[in-house]
Every structure is written in C-alpha cells, then in structure tokens.
Design a protein around this ligand. Structure first.
Ligand code: G1P
Length: 290
C-alpha cells in the first residue's frame, strides 16, 4: 500500500525545566538513554515507519542537536585510523538522512512549535514525535498509528491509560471506544484530576492533517500560558473526526526523572553488550535493598 505519511516533526524547543540543572545549557533531547540521545530514538522510530523527511523545531541552546546529526570529520578520521570500525558505523548510521531545522524564536508552546513547521509540511498529513516520550524500540506504535490513518484518513493521537492522580501532566481525551480506536469527543490540556473527563492521556505521537495549521495560527494561549496543540485539536473536532489509539507497548516519560531512570534500566537490560553484567549488578543491588 502507498504510504501517505512521509514527513515528521520533532519539536525540540522546550526549556526542559523538569530536568534542571542538567538542561540549563544542554538540550533535554540530547540526554542519553544508555548511549543514544532521546531524539535519536525518536528519529530511528520514524525511519522504521518509512518517514523520509525530518524537521526538528529547535530554539536557543539547541545547537548540539544539529551537531549530533551532522558529520564529525575529525572524530570520523580518528576512528578510521585507529580501526574503530563499529563506532564509526554507529556514528554514521543516520548520515543518509537529511534534516531540516526550523528555529522557534520564543518558546510559546507545543502548538506554536508545530505551527513553525507549516512551510515544511504544506498540504500533507504528517507525524509528530515528542522525544521525551520514549517508546520501547521493540514496539511499533507509530507504524500502527499510520496504519489507522491509512484506513480512516483522520488525525490519530496516541493514548495511554494513566493513574487519575497523574492526568494533570497530560492532555486528556473524552471518547467512545470503537473497536481498536477511540472516537474523540473532546480534549483538555492538563486537567485537574477531579475535572478530568477520563484517564486516557495523550502521549507524544500524533498523525496530523494540515488543516490543524489554520487553527494553530489563531490559537490563544491555554494551560501554562502556552499555545497548546490539545486546544487546537479540540477546535479541529468541529470540522472533522479525530481518533485516539491506545498504545499497546511500553512508553517511558523520559522527561521526568523517574521515567528517565526506568527507561535507562529497561533499555540497558536489552542492550546486547550490557545486559548480562547490568542484570547481575541489579540482582546484587536488590539484595542490599531488601
Ligand atoms: C505535551 C502535550 C500533552 C501531552 C504530552 C505527552 O505536554 O501538550 O497534551 O499529553 O506532551 O508527553 P508536555 O509534556 O510538553 O507538557
């Protein structure tokens, strides 16, 4: 089947306040899980879905992201002359990908960051990946969402059931389950637990259609004084159907300290070079904790 989603946006202009002081001068998207920065996990996930064009929305203090995806001649030469072939391959793994960078001049929120990508996206449906939501690399959430889009031709938002006490960290939907998907009736950004329509939280994977830009262009600031994608999607509901897709695999909130540690432990346990030694270490460690 012809794939319709060829472009992906990676918003990366946020201030990373949940991870200060680590993110004071370095982008949170560059924080590593084992040996790869968060944003590389998201980019590799998009590549595995057949995405061909990549745009990263950056801001101040985000230069390291551009450098990360650029060539590094001196380092490459050193690795070549010292025979470190595997490392050389590893750092060049994504060298065939062309990235576009759009700079969000002021951090006005996720909705505004996505609006910045309009000249790149133009009239096509596109994916949005928030790199602090790390999806288990063995689970193909975005691929499943693209399949839903290909069938239904409507925006698709990834969902996860979260404890009610945590809904105020997320956008939350009100919806009706219809087979594998939820037909969304309403959305609210960061509600108080007592006001939340459900515990179905939006996680950072979206398939969107270009009609969202019209709405984003007129969107007033919402929760936290920011231009919210969730508010724009709520307005879009007046024009078209939007579906929610419940993730069936593991997702880590790596923008949160505990979520970051969980992702690190789980992915280190899956890492071929580390898994045995790391598992032994954890087993020893657990004995000292009980
Ligand atoms: C953003 C969205 C929110 C969504 C969350 C998923 O919030 O605004 O609706 O639930 O990502 O990670 P943020 O984490 O940027 O505050």
């Amino acid at each position: 089947m012809r794939r319709h989603i060829k472009k992906a946006i990676f918003p990366a202009a946020g201030l990373g306040t949940r991870f200060l002081p680590a993110t004071k001068a370095s982008p949170k998207e560059m924080m590593p899980i084992v040996d790869k920065p968060l944003i590389q996990y998201a980019v590799e996930e998009a590549i595995s879905c057949g995405i061909e064009e990549f745009v990263i929305i950056t801001g101040k203090h985000k230069r390291a992201i551009e450098d990360h995806f650029d060539s590094a001649y001196e380092l490459e030469e050193k690795l070549r002359t010292t025979g470190k072939k595997k490392l050389l391959e590893e750092i060049n793994k994504l060298s065939h990908i062309n990235f576009a960078y759009i700079r969000q001049r002021v951090a006005l929120g996720l909705g505004h960051a996505i609006l910045c990508a309009q000249p790149f996206v133009q009239e096509e449906p596109f994916a949005v990946l928030l790199s602090d939501d790390v999806i288990d690399p063995d689970y193909f959430l975005l691929q499943e969402m693209i399949k839903v889009y290909d069938e239904l031709k409507c925006p698709v938002i990834a969902l996860e059931e979260v404890p009610r006490a945590e809904v105020s960290r997320y956008g939350v939907i009100d919806g009706v389950q219809d087979g594998d998907v939820y037909r969304i009736k309403s959305l609210v950004e960061k509600p108080k637990p007592e006001d939340s329509p459900s515990n179905l939280a939006i996680i950072g994977r979206y398939i969107l259609t270009p009609d969202i830009f019209d709405i984003l262009g007129k969107q007033k600031p919402g929760a936290g004084g920011e231009i919210q994608l969730t508010d724009a999607l709520k307005d879009l509901l007046n024009r078209r159907v939007i579906y929610g897709y419940l993730a069936k695999g593991k997702r880590y909130d790596a923008g949160d300290k505990l979520g970051y540690l969980k992702a690190t432990v789980d992915l280190a346990l899956k890492n071929r070079e580390l898994s045995v030694d790391f598992k032994n270490y954890l087993l020893e460690k657990i004995k000292t904790l009980t």
